[in-house]
Design a protein around this ligand. Structure first.
Ligand code: URA
Length: 207
């Protein structure tokens, strides 16, 4: 069955279909697919880029260094991770082997577009009231805009069906900032964006 014929009735069924995905070449080198995690009818969907090395091994999103940082920031923003649907724009890890290490590579537009199909299936099943797109890949996938995050960060956009989307930085960006003051400022900005998205989602009626 091609992925276009799949109309999964549950997140479990969707995850099984995703595991057989060959819509782009990334499945060939990844260990496994990493589906989104959370409950159907979560009011907020958090979208990242793609699984990293640790997520590829665990089969779960945001469990590596960026995920641990995200967990800390969610806690500081008083957002229970279990109440949020956490996923990625691209479901397989894209990397370049370097000795024993696997270096992250950014997904290209073609890969983002091919994988968008799965994100849309998650969206259909979860029906979130608000999205938070963390980083350029998530923004590209959800809005079609190829713009630097800095020009959209903190802005609320509207998807074609009217669902609000808040654009913000990706937590892995924080891991690359060397200056402690800059890092603290950017971390607080991400925390405030997450808190705002959470408040928006909680106050919108469920569709
Ligand atoms: N970065 C992402 O965008 N997603 C993950 O799941 C982990 C790191």
């Amino acid at each position: 069955m091609s992925s276009e014929e799949i109309n999964a009735a549950s997140l479990g069924e969707l995850a099984r279909a995703e595991a057989a995905c060959t819509r782009c070449p990334l499945y060939r080198n990844a260990t496994q697919v990493v589906p989104g995690e959370g409950k159907v009818r979560s009011s907020l969907m958090l979208v990242g880029e793609q699984p990293g090395d640790k997520e590829d091994i665990a089969g779960k999103p945001f469990v590596g260094p960026a995920g641990q940082l995200l967990d800390e920031i969610l806690e500081d923003a008083q957002i229970p991770r279990s109440a949020v649907f956490v996923t990625n724009a691209v479901k397989h890890f894209k990397f370049e082997p370097r000795g024993k290490r696997r270096l992250h590579r950014r997904p290209n537009v073609g890969e983002i577009e091919r994988c968008k199909w799965w994100l849309e299936q998650e969206r259909r099943l979860v029906a979130p009231k608000t999205f938070i797109a963390m980083g350029a890949t998530a923004i590209r996938s959800l809005t079609g805009r190829s713009q630097p995050v800095s020009s959209l960060r903190g802005k609320t956009l509207e998807l074609s069906d009217g669902t609000p989307l808040l654009a913000t930085i990706h937590p892995s960006y924080l891991l690359r900032i060397r200056d402690p003051d800059d890092r603290a400022r950017e971390r607080l900005g991400l925390q405030q964006d997450l808190a705002r998205g959470w408040e928006m989602a909680r106050h919108l009626p469920q569709t």
